[in-house]
Each structure stands twice: as C-alpha cells, then as structure tokens.
Design a protein around this ligand. Structure first.
Ligand SMILES: Nc1nc2c(ncn2[C@@H]2O[C@H](COP(=O)(O)OP(=O)(O)OP(=O)(O)O)[C@@H](O)[C@H]2O)c(=O)[nH]1
Ligand SMILES: [Mg+2]
Length: 437
C-alpha cells in the first residue's frame, strides 16, 4: 500500500501492534437528531477501542448545520487542535463523515502528525482488521478505494506540504500531475476489484444452483452490530462462529443447515452487523455479502434488548434494510439478551412488541419458541400433496424427507405413497407424481 493510501485507509495501528494510539473524539449535537450525542459518542469510543486506540479526550458542539469548511465552527476547530496537543493525541476522530475538503482543512488546523479520521474511515479500518475471507477483503478494499478517490487531492496537498515545508500554494506543483496519475490508478483498481467480486458471486451462484438447496427455505439473521446474531446462530446450529464483545466481530456470512422439529431442513445465515450512519460506500461494497439478506425468505431482525438505544438501533437497521432492497422480505423482530432484563422490563417489551420473539442466546431461553415460530412461518405457504413416487426415484423421496413435512408414508406396488406439506419451491418437483394428476 502506498504512503498516501495508508494514511487514510489504515488510519490506525492494528491491535496486534503494541502501541495503542491516543484519540480525541469530536461530536456535533444536532437538534432533532434521533440519536443522543452521548450515546453516539459512547459508540464511537467502542469503535475506536475495537480499532486499537484509547480515547483521551472528547468534545462536542451544538450546531444546526455543519460548517462547510471545518465541519465544527472555526473556534471549535482551534480548540480541537489545542486538545490534541495537550493530550499528545495521535488522532482526532469525528463522529460524522467529513467531506474531503473539511478533512483537508482540519488537517491543516490541527497540524501534522495528528491524523484526522471520520466515523467512516474508522469503520473501514475495523472492517480491514476483521476481514478474513477473500471476498471480505476485496469488499473492504473496494470501499477503501471508493472512499479514497475524492480525497486524493487532500492527501497530495499533505505530502506536498511535507516536502515543501507547507504554506499556501504547496498543494499545486509536482503533486498535481501525480494526483491525476493516482486518480487513474485508483479508478483502475476499483474496476478490477469489482470484476473480481462479480466473478466470485457468479461462482457462488453456480454452486448454489447445482444443489437442491436452491429451493431450501432460507433464514437470515440481520441486526445491529453486537446484538448477538453470531451467538444466536451458534445456539441454534452449533456453528462455531466467532462471537465477542467487539463491534463488527463478523464480516463474512456463515450459512448452516438447521432441522426444524418437524424434520424439514432449512438454512440459517449469520451476516455482517449494521450501525447508525453506516457509510454508503460500505453498503455498496458489501453488496454480495448483503445478498444473503436480500435472497432470504425470512429475516430475523436481532435486537439487543439490553441496549438503552434499542429503538434507534431498530430504526437504523430498518433503514439499511431499505437501502439494500430488503424492505419487502418477511421479518420477525427477535429481542435477544433478555436474560439481562428484569421481569418488569421484559413484560413491558412483550406488551409493546406483541409480534416479536424474546430470547437469550446466552441461556437458551425462548429459543424453542423462536424455532416453532420459524417453522410456522416457513410452512405458511405449503401445499398439501398426495404423491406416489416410483421406486427408481429414491432421490425425490429423500428430498421429501429432508425438505418437506411428511404426514404419512406407505409402500405400495407403484412406489412410495407420501402425503406431505411441501413448500412452493419443492411442490413443482412432485407435481408429476401427484394423485390428483
Ligand atoms: N447477556 C447476554 N449476552 C449476550 C447474549 N447474546 C450475545 N451476547 C453477548 O453480546 C456480545 C456480542 O455478541 P455477538 O454474537 O458477537 O454479536 P453479533 O450480533 O454477532 O455482533 P457483530 O458480529 O459484531 O455484528 C458478546 O459478548 C456475546 O457474548 C445474550 O443472550 N445475553
Ligand atoms: Mg457476529
């Protein structure tokens, strides 16, 4: 990675390296924001911690609209610079996305070597740390490069001013032609990453279609980061997904088969978590991972019932689900971590969300009811079928056993006589053998 790229996309030193950087947080308190500033900054602090830095100071400003030059007001920007100096900070983290020029102006005000990072860059940083699969890494690189492209000018202003001792005019000159070269390079890189991602998605689609699984009922777990999605898939399917108390522990989706009590098999997929102010670059870049949600028959929207911001979190998740085109997929709200609530709190939640499910992935409480609920929803469009399957079609008998609900089965001269409930995706397979045919 080149110098300019590493400044912005690897804003922080990875956790694995010993030195933890020191960060100053800056938040803007806007009237009518649906997220209280204190909670938003507490979340930002968790993000900073996950990325491997410690918060040494925090400052906020009440503003109706951000200042176009420096995001916060000029006086506040000076104060931030002062805070950073006084606390020997390595970086200043803004709780909102900065425009490329705001970022460049703030870098000038605060001065080198302090890095100016926004919420988006911070989230990209954590994604880069946690990406394991080839697809995950490519998606992160795509988002990084898309974030980087409009910011190259600012980066070059920096490098040029370092070389030339800074000052007005230093952004032009040798950096400028290099800037064009770099823009071309980044655009080329974006195109090639997109091509590679498309190829990976095609390979996956082919694999999916080559199995009967394409018709299997698909459940996706979606929700705010840290809500307990991975803990829940582990509880349901004995999957071995990493679940821990950090934001964005999961980036790659994991799909597991799950057998409903009636015998029918479905799949359950754990997916990447969402967050308020989720950068659109990330939503776009993670399209192939998020396809696991848009391609599902049922979305379990997992909510951390113990969070004092659970309502705002639900709204943030619904917003992203809308952005990815999943708003019409059937969903069930699943309040998790109910073990943390007292009886009163749980009763209040139950009466408010009468249609929801209430579970604890930690204790297993409510999980059986959740499974029954999934089974009910999964079978709601079933067709009643009465079929005689010839003995040379043992494969279809297996499909009936694994994917449908058998009501009776007898062996007759012409074949296996099965009465069953079959999902629409399988009904077609059996129609030719139907008694009523
Ligand atoms: N008390 C309690 N803690 C839980 C429960 N479920 C999960 N947790 C904890 O919550 C934290 C986050 O759990 P994860 O399963 O990693 O959450 P996630 O939704 O997969 O998070 P990301 O992958 O980061 O989006 C972990 O520390 C879990 O141990 C629960 O039912 N009760
Ligand atoms: Mg997870």
């Amino acid at each position: 990675m080149s110098e300019f790229e590493s400044v912005i996309t690897r804003g922080m030193t990875p956790i694995s390296e010993q030195h933890r950087e020191r960060a100053v947080l800056v938040g803007v308190d806007r009237p009518g924001a649906n997220w209280p500033i204190d909670s938003s900054l507490a979340e930002l602090e968790r993000l900073v911690d996950t990325a491997g830095a410690d918060v040494v100071a925090t400052t906020t400003q009440k503003l109706n609209t951000p200042n176009p030059r420096t995001f916060v007001g000029t006086g506040k920007a000076e104060e931030v610079a002062e805070l950073a100096r006084a606390h020997s900070a390595d970086l200043v983290v803004f709780d909102d996305e900065l425009s490329p020029s705001q970022q460049a102006n703030l870098e000038k005000t605060v001065g080198k070597p302090v890095k100016i990072i926004d919420r988006t860059a911070l989230i990209l940083d954590i994604f880069a740390l946690h990406a394991n699969s080839k697809e995950g890494r490519l998606q992160v690189r795509l988002a990084q490069n898309q974030y980087l492209l409009p910011r190259l000018r600012g980066m070059w202003a920096h490098l040029a001013s370092n070389r030339m001792g800074g000052g007005v005019g230093s952004r032009f000159g040798e950096g400028e032609s290099q800037l064009e070269v770099d823009r071309r390079m980044v655009r080329k890189r974006i195109t090639s990453i997109k091509r590679e991602l498309k190829h990976l998605a095609e390979v996956r689609a082919v694999q999916r279609e080559s199995r009967y699984e394409s018709g299997m009922y698909k459940v996706a777990l979606a929700g705010y980061t840290n809500a307990g999605k991975s803990s829940l898939i582990n509880r349901l399917t004995n999957a071995d997904v990493l679940a821990y108390d950090k934001l964005f522990a999961t980036l790659d989706s994991t799909t597991r088969k799950f057998e409903l009590p009636e015998g029918r098999e479905i799949t359950i997929t754990d997916t990447v978590g969402f967050i308020q102010k989720l950068p659109t670059t990330l939503v776009e870049a993670f399209k192939s991972t998020l396809d696991e949600i848009t391609g599902a028959d049922l979305v379990l929207h997992v909510v951390d019932a113990s969070s004092d911001q659970y309502e705002a979190q639900i709204a943030a998740v619904e917003d992203v689900l809308g952005q990815i085109g999943a708003q019409n997929i059937k969903r069930v709200l699943v309040f998790n971590k109910c073990d943390v609530l007292d009886n009163e709190g749980l009763a209040a939640l139950r009466s408010r969300y009468a249609q929801a499910q209430f579970v604890s992935a930690a204790t297993g409480e409510g999980v059986d009811e959740l499974v029954s609920h999934i089974a009910r929803v999964a079978s709601s469009h079933d067709t009643h079928m009465d079929v005689v399957i010839p003995y040379d079609r043992g494969d279809l008998v297996s499909v009936a056993h694994e994917r449908c609900r058998i009501l009776s089965e007898t062996h007759e001269e012409a074949g296996t006589h099965i009465v069953m409930l079959a999902a629409p995706s399988y009904a077609g397979l059996f129609r030719a053998f139907s008694e009523s045919n």
